[in-house]
Design a protein around this ligand. Structure first.
Ligand SMILES: [Zn+2]
Length: 123
């Protein structure tokens, strides 16, 4: 009677331990693949985002010798310029790719004058 009880008990204990170990292994694998999956997805998104910003925003950084009138693509006489970075000019409202400030609307004449007044001096 006592022997049978002990035998049953040890069998149950073994099964429980094996089930627990299996569960732990599955949990660990799931956790690792989740972390790895998240990490790679995040990296991919960040890369994609950076690429998009580079393509859409850095092309409004102009040269100080740029012809401002030619940047007024819709011909309304106004362009958007960054008050911190005068060489950042766009025909559409947006934010400056250099300082993230909102672009301010200036007439083509004023934008041109801003560029000339703030042009880096050549000594
Ligand atoms: Zn700026």
């Amino acid at each position: 009677m006592v022997y049978i009880f002990i035998d049953n008990y040890s069998t149950i204990k073994k099964e429980t331990i094996m089930k627990y170990r299996l569960l732990m292994t599955i949990t660990l694998i799931t956790l690792i693949s989740f972390i790895v999956g998240c990490g790679s997805t995040e990296d991919h998104d960040t890369m994609h985002k950076d690429e998009r910003i580079e393509k859409s925003e850095s092309d409004i950084v102009r040269d100080y010798d740029v012809d401002v009138a030619s940047l007024d693509e819709n011909g309304d006489g106004n362009v958007f310029q960054c008050p911190m970075d005068w060489e950042v000019i766009s025909d559409e409202p947006g934010s400056c790719p250099l300082c993230n400030m909102a672009l301010k609307e200036y007439s083509v004449t004023n934008a041109k004058r801003n560029l000339e007044e703030h042009r880096p001096h050549n000594h």
